[in-house]
Design a protein around this ligand. Structure first.
Ligand code: ADP
Ligand code: MG
Length: 149
């Protein structure tokens, strides 16, 4: 199942992330595809709010991983943009099927390590402020998320 949504400013993108965040369960993996400044991190901020995380979610570009916790909710925000293909010893497996929600920007940099089921979210930049979101469920547990969007 694929569902499409449009946003017209960053607040709307954050709100869309919030709506998705409310539907997530522990262990879920979200892959965020989209060019620089598409809105991947903005969307992730909304997910964090839905999980009750009050700390500001920034781009983890220089650290690859940032971990946020609120009570029993954990969010692993991963950005593989700066990962070099050969030399990395980043253990993506540790954050997949984990005790939290994993959101991965630039996921296809570690194609071989990706799980077989996930929620794929493609963000296209249509104009300065217009974005198109395509939500695609890979695996049964993600069908529910897409269905209720
Ligand atoms: P990414 O993580 O994909 O590189 P960011 O979320 O960090 O992108 O940045 C998105 C940028 O685009 C921000 O500067 C934001 O203000 C701007 N922007 C404009 N319109 C939108 C929109 N509809 N949704 C998200 N961001 C938008
Ligand atoms: Mg980003």
């Amino acid at each position: 199942m694929i569902r499409e949504k449009y946003t017209y400013n960053s607040k709307e993108t954050e709100h869309l992330g919030f709506q998705v965040g409310l539907l997530l369960q522990k262990g879920m993996v979200l892959l965020l595809e989209g060019d620089l400044a598409a809105g991947k991190t903005t969307f992730t901020k909304g997910i964090g709010k839905a999980l009750g995380i009050s700390r500001t979610i920034n781009s983890p570009t220089f650290t690859i991983l940032k971990r946020y916790v609120h009570d029993e909710n954990k969010l692993y925000h991963i950005d593989l943009y700066r990962l070099d293909d050969e030399g990395s010893d980043f253990d993506l497996e540790d954050y997949i099927n984990s005790d939290g929600v994993s959101v991965i920007e630039w996921p296809f940099k570690l194609k071989s390590l990706l799980p077989s089921s996930y929620l794929l979210i493609k963000i296209e930049t249509l104009g300065e402020n217009e974005r198109k979101f395509s939500f695609e469920a890979k695996g049964l547990i993600y069908e529910g998320v897409v269905k209720y969007l």
